[in-house]
Design a protein around this ligand. Structure first.
Ligand SMILES: Nc1ncnc2c1ncn2[C@@H]1O[C@H](COP(=O)(O)OP(=O)(O)O)[C@@H](O)[C@H]1O
Ligand SMILES: [Mg+2]
Length: 373
């Protein structure tokens, strides 16, 4: 049975629909991430689940229990939901010791003193903070402060953890380390997680499933592997991992790569955009025979051939022909910019793999092409 369930949840702020008809189910003990660019409605969703924001429409359940429904005029206040919460900002009380920061919510709940002490010490031990118990959180680093916030959330023994970009303010090294700590804590305590982030690597590393959101609308819900390997649309493809797009049209029933990329259409109709792309210097480039557009592209005025920089091989003979316009050594990998007509493709290869030099012609083999109309 699902643990947290959102049914047709919509949130409108005067003229903005922040969340639009959202359905999602989080399984018991699952780590479920919401991923999307800034402003797509992640925090608003989390705040509705937490009870800090009411819904315009829809319902939220925990197990069988309804906790929010504007239609039924029902709303369980946040303090009765007993969710653990950690936000991006280091929300710790500087005038309380680390110990008291963690114990405070338990004191509010008026638990017996011995129980408060036990739970506080357990949570501090789980987050490696026992030795800092008497310190002011102000003496701790950003990572330390986020650990205090985590410990405070853990101490209430939540069934559900709501985490809103909890690692965004940390430096990259610490961020990676804390991902593993959160996973370890989840294994130990068994809570379900709703994790909000705009960082796709973080979502991939942590999650059992990822929901990708754009402008308040769900684009895809899948395992990290499937979101990466079977993106539901162009937006998901471009948001997860590195991506290339080449713009194509049909010419006499044959697919051709436009010499110039299509630019934002700003009110121009397709014909005008295609005309202006085709007009200036250079011929459109016939697509090589090993690349066949998928069925859905037939009938599309313009469409895109998408690929990942890591899924392109260089080939001496044949392939899509291009010229190396830039070659950068990034340590473990070499990053190539390849010009096909006036369009650009990125290719990434291990630093030991042979490859062309800047200015040289090369052939490209797209190992896993995707097509988007
Ligand atoms: N209290 C509010 N009043 C008006 N608009 C809001 C409010 N909170 C969020 N929004 C708007 O709702 C949209 C989603 O915001 P938010 O949920 O914070 O996105 P995210 O967390 O994905 O960055 C944005 O357009 C934002 O400007
Ligand atoms: Mg946010």
């Amino acid at each position: 049975m699902s643990h947290v369930r959102l049914v047709n949840v919509t949130k409108r702020f005067s003229d903005v629909t922040a969340v639009n008809g959202l359905n999602l189910e989080i399984g018991k003990g699952e780590c479920f991430s919401m991923l999307g660019p800034s402003g797509c409605g992640k925090t608003t969703t989390l705040r509705m689940v937490a009870g800090f924001e009411d819904l315009s429409e829809g319902e939220v359940y925990v197990g069988d229990r309804l906790i929010s429904s504007p239609a039924k005029n029902y709303y369980l206040p946040p303090e009765k939901r007993d969710f653990g919460m950690v936000f991006q900002a280091f929300a710790v009380w500087p005038h309380l010791s680390v110990y008291e920061n963690v114990a405070f919510p338990l004191r509010i709940r008026k638990l017996p003193t011995a129980e408060i002490d036990k739970r506080t010490k357990d949570a501090l031990a789980s987050t490696n903070l026992l030795s800092a118990a008497k310190d002011s959180p102000d003496n701790l680093s950003g990572g330390g402060k986020q650990r205090v916030a985590l410990a405070r959330a853990l101490a209430i023994n939540p069934d559900v953890m709501l985490l809103d970009e909890p690692l965004s303010s940390l430096d990259p090294h610490l961020r990676e380390e804390m991902r593993f700590e959160i996973k370890d804590l989840q294994r130990k305590y068994g809570f379900s997680i709703l994790y909000v982030t705009h960082d796709q690597a973080e979502a991939m590393a942590l999650s059992d499933r990822i929901l990708v959101m754009k402008l308040g609308v769900v684009q895809q819900v899948d395992s990290p592997l499937d979101v990466y390997n079977k993106p539901a649309n162009r937006f998901v493809f471009s948001f997860i991992g590195l991506s290339n797009f080449l713009d194509l049209v049909w010419d006499g029933g044959k697919p051709v790569i436009l010499h110039n990329p299509l630019h934002a259409t700003h009110g121009q109709d397709d014909e005008a955009v295609i005309a202006s792309s085709s007009a200036s210097s250079g011929e459109n480039i016939p697509l090589t025979s090993e690349l066949t557009p998928s069925e859905e592209m037939v009938g599309a005025k313009t469409f895109s051939l998408a690929s990942r920089p890591s899924e392109i091989d260089f080939t001496a003979e044949g392939g899509l022909r291009g010229v190396v316009s830039r070659k950068a050594f990034l340590g473990e990998i070499i990053d190539y910019q390849i010009r096909v007509g006036n369009q650009e493709l990125r290719v990434q290869k291990g630093r030991r793999a042979p490859g062309p030099e800047r200015g040289e012609n090369c052939g490209l083999k797209l190992l896993r092409p995707f097509w988007y109309a």
